[in-house]
Design a protein around this ligand. Structure first.
Ligand SMILES: Nc1nc2c(ncn2[C@@H]2O[C@H](COP(=O)(O)OP(=O)(O)OP(=O)(O)O)[C@@H](O)[C@H]2O)c(=O)[nH]1
Ligand SMILES: [Mg+2]
Length: 367
């Protein structure tokens, strides 16, 4: 579906380390600011406990997980929007992302250089935010005078609407607040979509904490503060140790479990990170399942059955007749497709059906 999440943050805070852990890649993650210049791009498979159950039920010959694209962008610094550091070019990589994961350094380690000299996660979040706000302001200020003129002289309805929303956005940015925390209607969203505002993008704060705090991330004062901030800003938060995750990702299953037991951690933080990023993108999952293949697919909340068919193949949408549907939980409680049919859990859904997360579809089509 071509959806992209971007990892952003100050230089040397663990972005590439985290990217490597998620993608199971080995890009250079070194103790030096601006180690990353060209963005690293990888594909993330979305873990899903329901897939394990479907595999048990169907015993398929092939399994395919749905995925999204993750980009590891170079570090942003104070003044990036004015060309400092690696400059403005990197803002354009961020502009092409659908959602952002901001790595925030919360871990203490005097060996790892911090570009600002001290550990202060809230300051760092504000630094990044200000750069994104400046970049957005530049876009609004270019457009606003033109559209104001058009709105006044021609009584042009579209221009009036655009002017109103851009004016509100301008005020919000001048207040040093992200567009994300402004309430914007669906119509307004359509009007501003093509501006690709950076501070309008869904944001997940990824607190990169010390391994000693993994057991109880909430004990980290910074994590608490970021949580409060995220609430006000309409952003989300998760905590991981990028370094531990990278080490874990390099181990074989048995060694990994042993290492996790030694560290007294129950599960990798990556699943939570991936799930939250997926949610942030407004994505949900449907399945197709048979003995041949069990597969998860991504759709956007609110999509109807034919559009979901179109995710698999455009013919499914063009020639859509109906979608034979079972809700995942109905299948699970019935134990098999045959049993689910007997129990009347098998539904025939038409072209107006709005897909639900967890639907298992068989599409019927005719061209
Ligand atoms: N102690 C500790 N060190 C970490 C952690 N995460 C990353 N580091 C170290 O911090 C340094 C920078 O990590 P990178 O992943 O390259 O940072 P980056 O944000 O990609 O940096 P740039 O590409 O330069 O912007 C490396 O030496 C990492 O080993 C962590 O969770 N704990
Ligand atoms: Mg890097």
């Amino acid at each position: 579906m071509g959806l992209k999440a971007g990892i952003i943050g100050l230089p040397n805070v663990g972005k590439t380390t985290l990217f490597n852990a998620v993608i199971k890649a080995k890009m250079p993650a070194i103790n030096y600011p601006f180690a990353t210049i060209e963005p690293n791009v990888g594909v993330v498979e979305v873990p899903d406990w329901r897939m394990e159950k479907l595999i048990e039920i169907y015993k398929p010959r092939k399994v395919v997980y749905t995925s999204f694209e993750l980009t590891d962008v170079a570090g942003l610094v104070r003044g990036s929007s004015k060309g400092e550091g690696l400059g403005n070019q990197f803002l354009s990589y961020i502009r092409s992302c659908d959602s952002l994961c901001q790595v925030v350094r919360c871990f203490d380690d005097s060996d790892v250089i911090h570009v600002e000299g001290t550990i202060d996660p809230i300051r760092d979040i504000e630094t990044i935010q200000l750069e994104l706000i400046f970049a957005d302001l530049e876009v609004v200020e270019k457009r606003l005078p033109k559209i104001e003129k058009r709105a006044q002289t021609k009584a042009d309805n579209e221009a009036v609407e655009e002017y109103h929303i851009l004016k509100r956005i301008h005020d919000q940015l001048m207040d040093e607040k992200p567009i994300r925390s402004l309430s914007i209607t669906k119509e307004e969203q359509k009007i501003i979509k093509n501006f690709s505002f950076l501070t309008a993008k869904p944001m997940l704060y990824v607190c990169n904490i010390s391994e000693s705090e993994l057991e109880n991330p909430e004990q980290n004062e910074a994590v608490q503060k970021i949580k409060e901030r995220a609430k006000i800003e309409n952003a989300r938060i998760t905590a991981v140790s990028a370094k531990i995750e990278q080490e874990l990702s390099e181990l074989e299953e048995a060694d990994r479990l042993q290492f996790m037991a030694e560290l007294e951690i129950k599960q990798s933080g990556l699943d939570d990170l991936i799930r939250k990023t997926y949610d942030l993108l407004g994505l949900e999952t449907f399945f197709t399942a048979s003995e041949k293949e069990v597969r998860s697919w991504t759709f956007r909340k609110g999509m109807k059955a034919p559009e979901c068919g179109g995710v698999i193949h455009s013919d499914f949408e063009k020639g859509f007749i109906r979608a034979e549907t079972i809700a995942f939980l109905d299948l699970l409680s019935s134990g098999s497709e045959t049993k689910a049919k007997e129990l009347g859990k098998y539904r025939l859904e038409g072209k107006e059906y709005v897909a639900k997360d967890g639907d298992i579809f068989h599409f019927r089509f005719n061209l």
